[in-house]
Design a protein around this ligand. Structure first.
Ligand code: EPZ
Length: 426
């Protein structure tokens, strides 16, 4: 059996512009929010990704009609939900599918959604989602791997919810359930990721009444009816961060288009601690003005926003391998998000892991090897390392990367990288 891999030959002359696409993690909940109200929506700046195609199949199975207008735009026609079950076959492919439960409950009635199951980086339970729905008055039961939820005849009622942990998905699911509830919902300790702000801005554009956006405490006054609208998705801050690391690795020969620094403050602060100097040019492109040989290691702990984002932990680790001195990364969000470490060590890195802490010693350069992606961000970290290695690297299981990075190989070719998509026998 064969699967797709990237063949990357390092050491090429890299120069040019990397353009950041729309945010995957904002697009997914916003697409799902179109379940909330019948009518026609246009979404723009949607990234062209495997996860989007997977979600579209799920939403069509629920009864939505989705037309692709161009590479990054879609028309969604909601003539009413025709099916209340989100199947295991579709939900297992992408755990964000579980977010359909909130809007389905918001419209009253029943929802039957498969439990998403775990993935490589952790068990990824949904207990916080379910506690939120129960607080809003839904009856929840688990039946043969499915969550069956039912609202009482009068629909959901507003409530005060304090999340045990600022879970991104639980925050999004509960917000979408609450926007049409009877009365006011207050959610404390809610996640503050910018993608949640984008979802709330989309919902408010539809006529929802959400206040306190981005503050960690939001108030939602339920409304009877929402109005479909058109919306343009925010840029992807994690792709932007990944491209910024590429730019640093190539001493500023890469400029990055579409960086929103206000969404990357803790990330940019940590890089500045390591010696990064940067600016924006007259066209608003992010430019690196420091050299990697002048940078030094530092310590990072991944945290909920506005702390250092777990999704940029693995790309940062690749950079940390190439700077002077030692670095340390403590991963506090997921229980198993260091699977790129043995792969980087195969490429000559010098990293040891003790529990949830990785200790990285700087090396001169990576050596090409066969490696395997374990999640989309780990895959991106390996691609970055391969571009700086001394020969031919094969990165296997690139379906992980296709989930979250739009046309990565075309973008890398465009700046001079030697990368091609091949079939690898497994
Ligand atoms: C979102 O996942 C992102 N995915 C992830 O990005 C990101 O890594 C994560 O937030 C953290 O920022 C999307 O937005 C589609 P969580 P999500 O609920 O919502 C535990 C990527 O690379 N938890 O904040 O699943 C959970 O197990 C992906 O694009 C519970 O215990 O993240 C985890 O340890 C990877 N119970 C922690 O919280 C719950 O009910 C963070 O999970 C929910 C979560």
């Amino acid at each position: 059996m064969s699967i797709e891999a990237f063949r990357i030959v390092g050491g090429k002359k890299i120069e040019g512009i990397l353009k950041v696409e729309g945010s995957k993690n904002a697009s997914l909940p916003i697409f799902i929010a179109t379940l909330l109200e019948q009518g026609i929506y246009i979404l723009n700046n949607v990234p062209n990704l495997m996860d989007i195609r997977t979600l579209i199949k799920l939403l069509e199975s629920l009864g939505l009609i989705i037309e692709k207008l161009d590479k990054n735009s879609y028309r969604i026609i909601n003539n009413g939900i025709k099916n209340i079950e989100a199947s295991y076959e579709l939900v297992k492919k992408m755990r964000a599918s579980f977010l359909v439960m909130g809007p389905m409950l918001a419209n009253g009635g029943k929802a039957r959604v498969s439990l998403p199951g775990g993935c490589a980086i952790g068990a990824r339970p949904v207990d916080l989602h379910l506690k939120g729905f129960e607080a809003l008055g839904a009856d929840i039961k688990i039946d043969h791997g499915y969550v069956e939820a039912e609202t009482k005849s009068k629909g959901l009622r507003g409530s005060k919810i304090i999340l045990d942990f600022p879970s991104v998905g639980a925050s999004e699911n509960i917000i979408m359930a609450a926007v049409k509830a009877n009365g006011v919902t207050i959610i404390e300790n809610i996640a503050r990721e910018p993608e949640i702000d984008d979802l709330c801005n989309f919902l408010n554009k539809m006529g929802a009444k959400i206040s306190g956006i981005g503050t960690g405490r939001i108030e939602i006054e339920g409304v009877e009816k929402l109005t479909p609208c058109n919306y343009s998705i925010m840029p992807d801050r994690i792709v932007a961060g990944t491209f910024i690391i590429a730019s640093i690795m190539f001493n500023g020969k890469i400029k990055v288009e579409g960086v929103e620094p206000e969404c990357l403050e803790s990330f940019l602060m940590k890089l500045s601690e390591m010696g990064l100097k940067y600016d924006f040019d007259s066209e608003g492109l992010f430019i690196v003005k420091s050299k990697i040989e002048d940078m030094v290691g530092t310590k990072v702990t991944t945290m909920p926003y506005p702390g250092f984002p777990t999704d940029l932990q693995s790309p940062l680790m690749t950079l940390m391998c190439l700077v002077k001195g030692n670095s340390e990364i403590k991963e506090t969000i997921f229980e198993n998000r260091f699977m790129h470490v043995p792969e980087l060590n195969r490429m000559g890195a010098n990293i040891i892991v003790e529990k949830n802490i990785a200790i990285i010693k700087g090396i001169k350069e990576f050596s090409a090897a066969k490696v395997m992606a374990s999640d989309l961000r780990a895959g991106a970290a390996l691609v970055l390392a391969a571009l700086k290695s001394d020969g031919e690297t094969i990165v296997n299981r690139i379906y992980h990367i296709d989930r979250g990075y739009e046309a990565l190989e075309e973008k890398i070719k465009f700046i001079g990288g030697d990368i091609s998509r091949i079939k690898e026998e497994i």
